[in-house]
Design a protein. Structure first.
Length: 336
């Protein structure tokens, strides 16, 4: 967990200061009788739900958890208003923050609209004001919805953009490292490999020209053996360097798909990987990209790499049509 993420959680908790109307209603005796313990429980549950969301719930994938969180906070806000008998828009501001931060833009707007509509209904039911003042209250509620919900949406957009920039920077760094490995491998193969091949060839020729038993013949044979071993080691090293890296294959896939007229969206959140794992994932991405280009007829392709329960997952989706079943190829089988 980064320092910014850790401090961001605590900054988000400062929104609980918006609960001051509940504290005021309790201390001033506005809530009375049997409603007092129920009001207290509702306020505590409200706070616990929000604290849980700040520390854990916001990490959940999908819309179920944020939807349940926004719904629970909104219902608790309604309960707090009715138990105290007073309308307070503060209770609805935190659900607005959660909705704006948790949902994609379109769904966030829907969530903000629903919470805002609930707030207006509470104003109508509890404020008991003349029509003109109700309209004024409704107009005053709208800026709060825009300010809190909109600021949460903007914050989420900025954080997502920052995350994408960090991922892009890491991908560029990995790609640069991969290119440097390829350059080293090429130089080793072209320069050192060529020289060792010549030494081996010359040594073998010398052993054939030298008569048996001549002084130094054994040393020449040792030179041939050593040069062969060195040449084999260079070839093994070059082979290792030439294994595909994930960043290189993702970049190549993006270029190839775009050249074929296919829009591509790549999402990679695996972090650091060992060379063998990168090579396998790189081959999978390469083969899947080839299949999309050759057989799918797609206009859009999405490549997603993530880690789920400790397992690495590569997902390649496209909007291509169904085609007749082609004979199985050897692309992925060759990785066995």
């Amino acid at each position: 967990m980064s320092l910014g993420e850790r401090w961001g959680r605590y900054v988000a908790l400062t929104a609980l200061a918006l609960m001051w109307p509940a504290v005021e209603a309790y201390l001033q005796g506005i809530v009375r009788g049997a409603a007092v313990p129920i009001f207290g429980v509702a306020a505590v549950v409200y706070s616990v739900v929000y604290v849980w969301y700040c520390f854990s719930g916001f990490r959940s994938h999908g819309l179920a958890v944020p939807s349940a969180t926004v719904g629970a906070l909104t219902l608790l806000a309604v309960a707090l208003d009715h138990l105290s008998g007073q309308m307070s828009a503060n209770y609805f501001l935190i659900p607005l923050l959660v909705a704006g931060f948790s949902f994609p833009p379109r769904r966030a707007l829907i969530g903000l609209g629903l919470v805002g509509a609930t707030t207006l209904m509470e104003v109508i039911l509890l404020a008991r004001l003349p029509i003109a003042e109700l309209v004024l209250q409704a107009v005053l509620v709208l800026p709060g919805v825009v300010l809190f919900g909109g600021s949460a949406m903007v914050l989420r957009y900025l954080l997502d953009t920052l995350s994408q920039l960090r991922a892009a920077r890491a991908e560029i760094a990995q790609h640069a490292a991969g290119q440097e490995r390829y350059r080293i491998a090429r130089d080793l193969h072209d320069l050192l490999g060529h020289s060792l091949s010549l030494i081996t060839l010359k040594g073998e020729l010398a052993t054939r020209l030298l008569p048996e038993g001549v002084h130094g013949a054994d040393e020449v044979r040792d030179i041939v053996v050593l040069s062969r071993d060195a040449l084999q080691q260079v070839r093994e090293a070059v082979s290792g360097y030439r294994q595909p890296t994930l960043a290189t294959e993702l970049t190549a896939a993006r270029v190839a798909l775009q050249a074929a007229g296919i829009e591509v969206d790549v999402k990679q959140s695996l972090g650091a990987l060992d060379r063998e794992t990168e090579a396998v994932l790189g081959w999978v991405v390469r083969e899947a990209t080839t299949n999309v280009i050759r057989h799918s007829g797609a206009k859009h392709c999405g490549i997603t790499l993530n880690r789920i329960d400790g397992r690495l997952q590569v997902e390649v989706l496209n909007d291509g049509w169904r085609v007749p079943q082609a004979p199985a190829g050897n692309g992925l089988r060759g990785l066995d």
